[in-house]
Design a protein around this ligand. Structure first.
Ligand code: NAP
Length: 234
């Protein structure tokens, strides 16, 4: 059975992705930043690796260790991401760099490590971007720029590797209830949710089912796409 590596798989959307791939019978490995407790709770079902996605050398090590333990990785889900919101006039350059390094360079790091082998074995890449990268969100210039970058990366790489049978797609969720959204203040959250045409936030499981679909043979003719899941928001 295929092996999947999910970055940022210990909580939220990444965790749901890990759980759905496990339920489908895949062998699953995941990375996380520092929340050991959350990762432990998942480690009975999947192999956890503490690894900052910003660190390229660590990405090389993790891929080696996962493949030694589980076999060749066929599906990479680049999910790890953070937000550090503020109006641009107040934005700390460190918050700019941290968000770009995690959300965009993190995607580069793991994809760069795996892509050569994927060309040989027809692997599949799924990147978790955001509607913020499509429509832009006030107070999120760093986050929106990083997620728009992931969309450009997805489309460029899809063209580059399609002739090898490698597919590269992205999922752009809108508001999904996770720690990332629950950390917003109540008023902002209510205001944002009231703008969703379908009237409510989405679930991590819905995003995870889309990831399972994009990795499957049913999606064999889909590449270079951004699947928006935002209740109509964008
Ligand atoms: P979350 O609940 O905050 O979980 C983030 C996950 O990423 C955790 O497993 C965390 O590990 C890991 N992580 C964070 N920084 C990392 C780093 N430097 N290296 C490795 N792992 C790191 O976030 P979420 O809401 O599930 O979001 C997941 C993805 O979906 C992100 O890319 C986010 O931008 C995107 N997204 C979310 C929403 C939403 O509404 N929630 C909407 C659109 C897009 P620790 O547990 O160790 O911290």
């Amino acid at each position: 059975m295929s092996v999947v590596l999910v970055t940022g798989g210990s909580r939220g959307i990444g965790r749901a992705i890990v759980e759905e791939f496990v339920a489908e019978g895949y062998r699953v490995a995941f990375t996380y930043a520092g929340n050991v407790e959350a990762a432990r709770a998942l480690e009975e079902r999947a192999a956890g690796y503490q690894a900052d996605v910003r660190d390229f050398d660590r990405a090389q090590q993790v891929v080696k260790e996962v493949e030694a333990a589980l076999g060749p990785i066929q599906v990479l889900v680049n999910n790890a991401g953070i937000r550090k919101d503020s109006a641009l006039y107040n934005m700390d350059p460190a918050a700019w760099r941290e968000v770009l390094d995690t959300n965009l360079t993190g995607v580069f790091n793991y994809t760069r490590v795996l892509i050569k082998d994927f060309l040989r074995r027809q692997g599949c890449v799924i990147n978790v971007t955001s509607v913020s990268g499509i429509m832009g969100m006030s107070g999120q210039t760093n986050y929106s720029a990083s997620k728009a970058g992931v969309i450009g990366f997805t489309k460029a790489l899809a063209r580059e590797v399609a002739r090898f049978g490698v597919r590269v797609n992205a999922i752009a969720p809108g508001f999904i209830e996770t720690d990332m959204t629950s950390s917003m203040d109540e008023n902002t959250r209510k205001k944002l949710y009231s703008q969703i045409p379908l009237g409510q936030p989405g679930t991590a499981k819905q995003v995870a089912r889309a990831a399972v679909y994009l990795a499957s043979g049913d999606a064999a003719y889909i590449t270079g796409q951004v699947l928006t899941m935002d209740g109509g928001l964008s």
